[in-house]
Design a protein around this ligand. Structure first.
Ligand SMILES: O=P(O)(O)OC[C@H]1O[C@H](OP(=O)(O)OP(=O)(O)O)[C@H](O)[C@@H]1O
Ligand SMILES: NC(=O)CC[C@H](N)C(=O)O
Ligand SMILES: [Mg+2]
Length: 506
């Protein structure tokens, strides 16, 4: 769930891309990057770190041009080396840079075929570099000196035929324009908007609408599953459906956790969907224990706040902030290693004793994944004097790996894998464990847009919506990317500094 952005404007885009990346930071904290284009020259800056660490004034000054793309990364493939920070660049044909959110599930086969048949070299283990090379190869096959919108769409059509998995991507083609597309199931989000200026209309595509809001772009609509949008350097916009048999099956976890609440994804206000999750959870509490003895509902900041507040209202129970979040610590779930994640929970959240003392507290989180947060939080609540500690999750139990752009590669690392709800409760040490039902979670989203008839629900039910996953794939993924494997890989690539072909700014 990286964040991507692309802009075709009438004046320099560097500051607007920077601003957009800062509001997409919650989608990736490992690395950030930006490519701008002026005339037929690209300017690239990317590195590991947060947006405001990667782009210093000296970099910003050199990121010139009216067109550009940007990326914040949360690795789901390859390593977390700076060499795999995005955007990626390839010099032929035309000079193309690409930023990708998602995960290709056939990246290995594609890379192999690319070497043997397309005679293309892939320099990293990133699936995004593979995606870029597929796009490049398919554009090359059009064989046009001056490619037009229809050539772009033809290339995207072939990309959809070749690539499997989840992908929303934005590419910049030197001297010609910007191309963005979304996979045929619409697993990862992609939206676009426009802004009127005295010089003419400017366009932005982004993972989430919040990026449009903060720079004064008006949201036009989401890119449809399988659809592509091409905006040439003069700002002429074309869109086209480039895949057959598409369906809108967005990732449910975007609504639960990944996206910002102030974003609209596939016409659903994320904030509203989280409020509905809270309402439905309250209904379940009342169904299971009509005479519950909850004194206070306490959210686990940040993401669960919206659901917890609504839940408290419907239960007629007090809502209190019992944990104070250190605003200088980022999201713990998307940190790269379990040791770091574990340490960060304690540094991030500190209880206010009086909110717990002698009370029956119901802690509410949006989801429980590895159980890193919940186990420590329950202990903190008890240490602070709670009489009983109940725990509610606004999402159902997360039991299966994700393969479409969320780094949950190994079932054994998920606390609910192979455990009943009550067993998870025991494991995290609470007195009552209550999970949202999957149908209620789906309804929380579809009540905002009835046209969404399917979802990527894989982490909850092991159903892989792109139909591309078997047990041996999951086994290989787990071996390659479980926490132990990643630890050793990251050590190996530590000194593998990025080597880019376009003007890289250091
Ligand atoms: O069971 P776990 O493996 O701990 O993962 C789940 C937790 O991680 C996330 O919080 P995070 O700190 O990433 O972000 P937030 O501040 O947006 O809630 C999520 O909101 C849960 O609190
Ligand atoms: N989270 C994502 O969208 C990751 C994109 C890509 N698979 C990478 O690892 O860089
Ligand atoms: Mg959280």
């Amino acid at each position: 769930m990286c964040g991507i952005v692309g802009i075709v404007a009438k004046s320099y885009v560097n500051q607007t891309i920077f601003d957009a990346l800062t509001v997409l930071q919650h989608r990736g904290q490992d690395a950030a990057g930006m490519v701008t284009c002026e005339g037929n020259k690209f300017f690239l800056r990317k590195d590991n770190g947060l947006v405001n660490e990667v782009f210093r004034t000296r970099h910003m000054k050199r990121l010139v041009g009216n067109v550009g793309i940007g990326h914040v990364r949360y690795p789901t493939a390859g390593s977390s080396s700076s060499a795999e920070a995005q955007p990626f660049y390839v010099n032929s044909p035309y000079g193309i840079a690409l930023a990708h959110n998602g995960n290709l599930t056939n990246a290995e086969e594609l890379a192999d075929k690319m070497f043997r048949a397309d005679l293309r070299h892939i320099n990293t283990t990133s699936d995004s570099e593979v995606l870029l090379n597929v796009v490049a190869h398919e554009l090359q096959r059009q064989g046009k000196l001056k490619p037009q919108a229809e050539d772009m769409f033809e290339a995207v059509r072939r990309v959809h035929e070749r690539c499997k998995g989840g992908y929303a991507a934005v590419a910049m083609i030197t001297g010609y324009g910007m191309l963005a597309f979304r996979d045929p199931n619409g697993i990862r989000p992609l939206t676009y908007g426009k802004r009127e200026t005295e010089q003419g209309t400017e366009y932005m595509v982004a993972s989430e609408s919040v990026a449009l809001d903060i720079s004064g772009f008006e949201r036009v609509r989401d890119i449809e599953p399988g659809e592509a949008i091409y905006i040439d350097m003069d700002g002429n916009v074309s869109t086209q459906q480039c895949a057959e048999g598409t369906q809108l099956a967005p990732c449910l976890f975007e609504y639960v956790y990944l996206a910002r609440p102030d974003s609209i994804i596939d016409d659903v206000h994320v904030h509203n969907s989280r409020m509905r999750m809270g309402k439905k959870l309250a209904e379940k509490v009342l169904r299971e224990r009509p005479d519950h003895d909850i004194d206070v509902i306490i959210p686990i900041p940040d993401t669960s706040r919206t659901s917890a507040m609504e839940m408290a209202k419907d239960l007629g129970v007090m809502f209190r902030e019992g944990f104070i979040k250190n605003r200088y610590i980022g999201r713990t779930f998307i940190m790269p290693g379990q040791t770091q994640r574990k340490k960060s929970v304690r540094r991030k959240l500190n209880p206010i004793g009086m909110e717990f003392k002698d009370k029956v507290v119901m802690l509410v989180d949006d989801s429980i994944v590895r159980g890193t947060t919940s186990s420590q939080i329950v202990e903190m609540a008890r240490d602070a004097g709670a009489k009983k500690v109940y725990f509610a999750s606004a999402a159902p139990a997360v039991k299966f790996p994700n393969v479409y752009g969320i780094d949950m590669p190994a079932a054994e690392e998920l606390i609910a894998h192979g455990r009943t709800d009550d067993e998870v409760g025991e494991e995290i040490g609470c007195d009552w464990m209550i999970y949202q039902d999957l149908d209620d979670l789906k309804a929380s989203v579809t009540e905002g847009n009835e046209n969404i008839t399917a979802f990527d629900t894989c982490v909850f039910d092991g159903q892989y919506v792109a139909g591309d996953i078997d047990a041996s794939y999951l086994e290989r993924l787990s071996q390659a990317r479980n926490d132990d494997a990643k630890g050793s890989d990251d050590k190996k690539v530590k000194s593998n500094k990025s080597s880019n072909l376009c003007s890289e700014i250091d």
